[in-house]
Design a protein around this ligand. Structure first.
Ligand SMILES: NC(=O)c1ccc[n+]([C@@H]2O[C@H](COP(=O)([O-])OP(=O)(O)OC[C@H]3O[C@@H](n4cnc5c(N)ncnc54)[C@H](OP(=O)(O)O)[C@@H]3O)[C@@H](O)[C@H]2O)c1
Length: 337
């Protein structure tokens, strides 16, 4: 594969689609999760190109913390492209409890997947970071150049440092082997097939589940924290479409933030109001300020994304939330809780 490399500042820019022109065989790790299911859906709805093959794997197919199983999986499928989503994932409270597990498990998964991909000569890997890995003390909006500029929030340092190392590793695979391994940085993701666990899940699916129960039991909805922290949320189906664009066209090793604009950031209180409305909850909403708030905000800039894709349309937050709530209600018995 011939690579056109040019260095701008400290970053690594390249034409990483290289000369690969054959049909893609794409292996998606974490294919059974929130983001993986969304990619499955957009592929099913017609986003796949002629001749492409898509393989979605979960932990049942291989434990990616184990190098031999990971290697065997890559040898078996010999993909040309990889979307790497598999990770130990969780909300604030799970992160605070298990920083060591988040660090060790994710470091192992990422190292195994990237190395196994390299060994079978995968042309391109798109891995997944998160805006919650950025430095805690920072200027806003956050952009792609700031990932390593300071310690992350103490609540999730295990997950954050493990994710940051993907970026380090991608640069090293490029420098040493010319590999086109890159990463995206989504903000908070939500949608059908999320983990709706109240204890371990992210804020929005946790709120949806709590509001569902409060509605059924005619009790107040208790929101953890003050409701003042602010977040940008991205609908999993929008993220899935952006993943396909990154896989096919994004030419850099440097990561790219995938987010709605800064103006679309909402407070947890506004998010709770939207959930209440979507589920038709009529009861009282109380804020339990004895519970942690986490990072106050992590406002991310989507300027880089907008430079590449000025016309991409995000699903409006309330519409996406309504679709997610409807999915949760319709699939309550089988949803991850
Ligand atoms: N959710 C968010 O708000 C958010 C925000 C930013 C970035 N991200 C990133 O997006 C990616 C996908 O997140 P998600 O929300 O879709 O997560 P998720 O719903 O929790 O799914 C995690 C996926 O990883 C797989 N997995 C976990 N441990 C594994 C192991 N040891 N071996 C093989 N597979 C394993 C799971 O397989 P099983 O189903 O078999 O367990 C599942 O398919 C992650 O890299 C995450 O860090 C998520």
């Amino acid at each position: 594969m011939r690579l056109r490399r040019r260095h701008i500042g400290t970053g690594i820019h390249m034409n990483c689609q290289g000369d690969y022109s054959g049909p893609m065989k794409v292996l998606v790790t974490g294919g059974s999760g929130l983001v993986g299911r969304a990619i499955q859906q957009v592929i099913k709805e017609g986003e796949a190109k002629k001749g492409e093959e898509w393989i979605f794997i979960s932990s049942k197919d291989a434990n990616l913390m184990n190098m031999e199983e990971t290697r065997a999986m890559f040898q078996k499928h010999r993909p040309t492209h990889v979307i790497h989503l598999a990770a130990m994932v969780g909300g604030l409270f799970k992160n605070m409890k298990y920083n060591l597990d988040f660090w060790r498990n994710n470091i192992a998964i990422n190292d195994n997947v990237l190395q196994a991909a390299h060994e079978v000569e995968v042309v391109k890997v798109v891995s997944c970071l998160s805006t919650c890995i950025f430095p805690d003390k920072t200027t806003y909006p956050i952009d792609e150049t700031m990932i390593h500029n300071g310690p992350p929030h103490e609540s999730n340092f295990g997950y954050s440092y493990a994710k940051r190392m993907i970026d380090v590793q991608n640069r090293a695979y490029f420098q040493q082997y010319g590999r086109s391994y890159t990463a995206v940085i989504p903000t908070n993701v939500f949608g059908p097939h999320d983990n709706f666990s109240i204890e371990d899940g992210h804020v929005l699916p946790g709120l949806i589940h709590k509001a569902y129960i409060a509605h059924k039991e005619e009790k107040p909805l208790v929101v953890w924290g003050s409701g003042t922290p602010r977040r940008q949320f991205i609908y999993s189906l929008d993220l899935a479409r952006l993943f396909l664009w990154v896989l096919r066209e994004y030419p850099e090793v440097e990561p790219i933030i995938l987010s709605v604009g800064e103006e679309d950031e909402v407070s947890i209180r506004e998010a709770a109001d939207a959930v209440v409305q979507a589920l038709g909850f009529k009861g009282e909403v109380v804020y339990d300020t004895s519970k942690a708030d986490g990072q106050f905000k992590k406002t991310a800039s989507n300027a880089k994304l907008r430079r590449y894709l000025p016309d991409f349309t995000f699903t409006p937050f309330r519409q996406a939330l309504k679709e997610t709530c409807d999915w949760f209600v319709a699939n309550y018995d089988t949803a991850r809780k």
